[in-house]
Ligand binder design. Structure first.
Ligand SMILES: [Zn+2]
Length: 478
């Protein structure tokens, strides 16, 4: 069996989460708004208007460039990319062609085998989005809301080798974009779009063969499937003696299949020239250092530090750094708690994450402040409350925003560690359930859990379960 490898590069379009569009004052995010409700003469291309560059777009582009280890250019220019399409009222798109905001760079992509792949970045450029068209009742409708929405296009070198690596790259990119507060990076909403260039070659070869481009995929999972299918198709073609042609392939989400869209345009078709209505983007040192003044520790560096500094397992560190506010939260709780960081990690990974998922929140929005969570863990450590009560308390603090100790006092949640009281409850349960007692004594030791459960229920969850077990063992075995 001949062995092939896939050569994949990604062209990503990142929608920036700026307030306004790139060249006008219309709001940037009009997801869900009625068609053509968020447009003005500038972004809909009326004659005689002039674009004005949004500073925030440059600033976010510089942050991303820095995170990708790219070389930020002190001078960059906008170009017109000329083409006709109904969703492009101006007849050209303002983009950066010859002199983009940043060149080169890479992303370190952790691989499942523990290694790291440096995925090269060829360039990053700023541009405006085009509108949208759709077919409805036999007519073609256009919506210009997206015209002028700020994008960064980032192109990778053909450094990815499988559909899984494509997915892993996009997951890391999405994490980074949210971490830096550059983009919502939601593929379903088109905040992050990725086209994949796919070719194959025999393992050991170094040249590049003809590639195809996969477009219109709107989730990471679907892109993984699409790339997998395209690799399999190319192998089948080559094995059958057919040549791969440079097709553009359209992904159909409903049928989960690819179909040929059109032959690729060549570069010359667009007749790029410098945008005469915009000045050079000059990024002097003062501006660049102001942008980078609060540049955060990045997720992979933080993950590595969590392992080193707190002695956390890699698995924990990876989850805790999946999102910036969660990792900040972990550090704050840990500081307030002052005990074993793994104990804090367990609370976060089991209970806090479940709460966040259920309520669709980020850690920074929790009413359970880091100080409150530290307090809850300490109450459990001190046996003032038992673990199930601690978990219930977490939810109550989140509902009410009240300090944990107040709730424990007001609701009388403190654990019953009074042996006399527990013995009384346990004795009653033993007396009321002679059948179960007989079965237990006859060897069904698994029933102990049931007995403990009864004591917990009778005490309304407040009994110390370890103490209950001790007392029951005494009563049942004696
Ligand atoms: Zn506008």
């Amino acid at each position: 069996m001949t062995e092939y490898e896939a050569i994949i590069g990604l062209e990503t379009h990142i929608q920036l989460n700026t307030e306004t569009k790139i060249f006008c004052a219309c709001k940037a995010d009009s997801w869900g708004d009625p068609a053509n409700s968020n447009i003005c003469p500038v972004c809909s291309g009326l004659p005689g208007v002039l674009p004005v560059l949004n500073r925030a777009v440059v600033e976010k582009a510089v942050l991303l460039a820095k995170a990708m280890h790219a070389e930020v250019q002190s001078d960059s220019y906008f170009d017109r990319k000329n083409y006709f399409y109904p969703d492009l009222p101006k007849g050209y798109q303002i983009t950066q062609n010859d002199h983009p905001i940043a060149l080169g760079g890479y992303m370190d992509l952790p691989l499942p085998d523990g290694g790291t792949r440096k995925v090269g970045i060829t360039k990053l450029h700023m541009e405006e989005d085009a509108g949208k068209t759709k077919h409805e009742h036999g007519r073609r409708l256009v919506d210009f809301n997206r015209c002028g929405v700020p994008l960064i296009e980032m192109v990778t070198a053909p450094d990815l080798r499988s559909a899984d690596e494509v997915a892993a790259y996009l997951i890391r990119l999405r994490q980074l974009l949210r971490w830096l507060d550059i983009s919502e990076a939601d593929m379903e909403k088109g905040h992050l779009r990725a086209d994949a260039n796919v070719s194959i070659r025999l393992k050991g070869e170094t040249g590049l063969n003809e590639k195809t481009e996969i477009k219109n995929v709107n989730s990471i999972e679907s892109l993984r499937t699409a790339v997998e299918k395209e690799i399999a198709r190319q192998i089948r073609e080559v094995e059958a003696g057919n040549a791969i042609e440079a097709w553009t392939l359209d992904w159909d989400e409903d049928t989960q299949s690819l179909s040929k869209m059109r032959s690729k345009e060549t570069m010359a078709d667009y007749r790029y020239f410098k945008e005469p209505d915009l000045l050079v983007v000059r990024l002097d040192e003062a501006w660049e250092s102001a942008i980078l003044a609060d540049f955060p520790e990045l997720p992979l560096a933080r993950r590595e530090r969590f392992v080193r500094e707190y002695g956390l397992p890699e698995y924990d560190a990876d989850i805790l750094t999946s999102e910036r506010s969660l990792s900040d939260y972990f550090e704050s709780v840990n500081q307030a708690y002052g005990g074993d960081p793994k104990r804090v990690s367990n609370w976060l990974m089991n209970d806090v994450l479940r709460l966040l998922n259920e309520q669709g929140l980020e850690a920074k929005d929790l009413k359970v402040t880091p100080g409150y969570l530290a307090e809850i863990i300490k109450l459990v450590d001190a046996n003032t409350i038992n673990t199930p009560t601690g978990k219930a308390l977490l939810e109550k603090v989140q509902q009410t925003g009240q300090p944990p100790k107040e709730i424990v006092e007001a609701e009388g949640l403190a654990q019953v560690s009074d042996t006399g009281l527990i013995r009384e409850i346990a004795a009653r349960i033993v007396a009321e359930n002679p059948d179960s007692v007989e079965k237990f004594r006859g060897g069904k030791e698994g029933l102990m859990g049931w007995f403990v459960g009864q004591v917990m229920r009778e005490s309304k969850g407040k009994a110390d379960p370890n103490l209950a077990r001790e007392v029951l063992e005494e009563l049942l075995k004696g």
